[in-house]
Design a protein around this ligand. Structure first.
Ligand code: XMP
Length: 431
């Protein structure tokens, strides 16, 4: 089934992703395309039934205002123009704001757009498209257990079942219970071919004695690729590699007008010379849509609504050179914090929360004797885009209870601290 689609032509508005989200939330699929798309290519986009010209502060490129090919006005497609234009180059068009849902609704009606964009239809279409792309070939997926790779796995299982092989690399830096959950959900409950690789010693040996955060990140990334490549080479006849690329990864890589926020790397930074054809079924979905897709595919809530977790995992929360004893302190204290946040209704309310353990000890007293042990730092922040963040005002009794549990239950910790620093000046993570 071809969905109706509204093409947003990017004339420099930073609001384009939000407009696309808004249209999708009204039940119509929407994609962002470059302003200089040719009229032929625009007309050929599947399901295209209307065009939005979306101008804004980034419309001036190399000193000149960019514009669309005027022939697009002759395609017979309804066109809506909106603008956040700079004062020097006013476009004299309606400004985009949240109250414009009425304008959008009227525009969608005038386009005759079918309001059938929903997760069930998306999944049905993707299953069909995946079967067409994959045929009888085999697909490989690096399954970290994060939201994106988990949803890709669930979608591919529905589409091609046993043609999919998932590789889960346990680098020893995952949170408590995560490797077990991946194995349980995918191998036991969903019947996936899942290769579980215990690479804990290998990673921790490589990281031993390395205190520099960037060096740690590089080692974790490079070792991940090596382990994955080794596993991939053991399997024969695999031509396709699935990736959890999502729409913000593509948008953030920079369009012709938007500044590049970050270069888009494949999940896990897998090298191009692995020479696989890519399968990227989520590349047109925003994060909340990815979660909705996972939910519709039956993944458990604590997998679908997981808070963000950095690729290097607990490796950047066990500060300085990673040691096994401090890694266990981070893992156990993080599990207590998560459990207490869940019990106290903070789980869905706070954007990110975790613990970190520095590489120094302090004096305490335990069982009437002096002890010299590590502190645990609690962090809980809210943010929209992770570029800035504010500290959550966690209720005092919750903090005291978490502290009490950590001091009683986590071996080797005699002090608990709460980090009150916003970003900037601090970053969310400690490393
Ligand atoms: P910072 O510490 O820069 O973090 O304020 C912003 C967000 O990014 C996450 N983060 C990472 N994610 N690899 C990742 O995939 C990393 O190396 C990394 N470092 C930080 C962090 O958890 C926060 O959500």
């Amino acid at each position: 089934m071809i969905q109706s689609m509204i093409a947003i032509l990017d004339l420099g508005s930073p609001e384009n992703p939000r407009i696309a989200r808004e249209i999708r939330s009204l039940g119509v699929y929407s994609e962002i395309h470059p302003h200089d798309i040719s009229p032929e290519a625009l007309k050929a986009l599947p399901g295209v039934c209307g065009v939005i010209l979306s101008g804004g502060e980034n419309r001036i490129v190399d000193g000149k205002a960019i514009d669309v090919n005027p022939d697009i006005f002759r395609l017979g497609l309804p066109v809506l123009a909106v603008d956040h234009a700079s004062p020097d180059h006013p476009m004299d068009l309606p400004h985009w704001d949240e109250d414009n849902a009425d304008v959008l609704n009227a525009f969608l009606d005038s386009c005759g757009a079918k309001r059938n964009w929903n997760m069930e239809n998306f999944i049905e279409d993707q299953v069909e498209l995946l079967r067409q792309q994959i045929g009888s070939r085999k697909v490989l997926l690096a399954l970290s257990g994060g939201v994106d790779s988990s949803v890709v796995a669930a979608l591919l299982l529905k589409a091609v079942g046993s043609q999919l092989t998932c590789v889960h690399v346990n680098h020893g830096l995952l949170r408590k219970g995560e490797p077990e959950q991946v194995v349980n959900v995918f191998r036991r409950e969903m019947g996936a071919n899942l290769i579980y690789v215990d690479a804990i010693d290998r990673f921790l040996d490589k990281l031993a004695g390395v205190p520099d955060p960037e060096a740690k990140r590089k080692i974790i990334g490079a070792e991940f690729i090596r382990v994955f490549e080794e596993e991939a080479r053991k399997l024969s006849g695999i031509e396709l590699l699935a990736q959890g690329t999502i729409y913000p990864d593509i948008i953030e890589s920079g369009t012709k007008t938007a500044k590049s926020v970050k270069a888009h790397h494949n999940v896990g930074g897998l090298p191009e010379d692995l020479q696989f054809e890519l399968v990227e079924p989520l590349k047109m979905l925003f994060k909340d849509e990815v979660r909705a897709c996972g939910k519709a595919l039956g993944l458990p809530d604590d997998m679908v609504y997981r808070q963000p977790f950095p690729g290097p995992g607990l490796g950047v929360r066990c500060l300085g050179a990673i040691t096994r004893d401090r890694l266990e302190i981070v893992r156990e204290s993080d599990a207590i914090l998560r459990e207490e946040f869940r019990k106290n209704g903070l789980e869905g309310k706070v954007w990110q929360y975790f613990t970190a353990v520095p590489d120094f000890k302090s004096t305490g007293v335990r069982n009437h004797a002096r002890c010299f042990e590590y502190p645990v730092i609690l962090r809980a922040v809210n943010t929209v885009d992770a570029m800035t963040a504010t500290v959550e005002q966690v209720p005092w009794p919750v903090l005291l209870h978490v502290t009490d549990r950590i001091l009683k239950e986590v071996k080797g910790c005699n002090r608990v601290l709460y980090d009150l620093s916003p970003k900037p000046v601090a970053t969310i993570e400690w490393e």
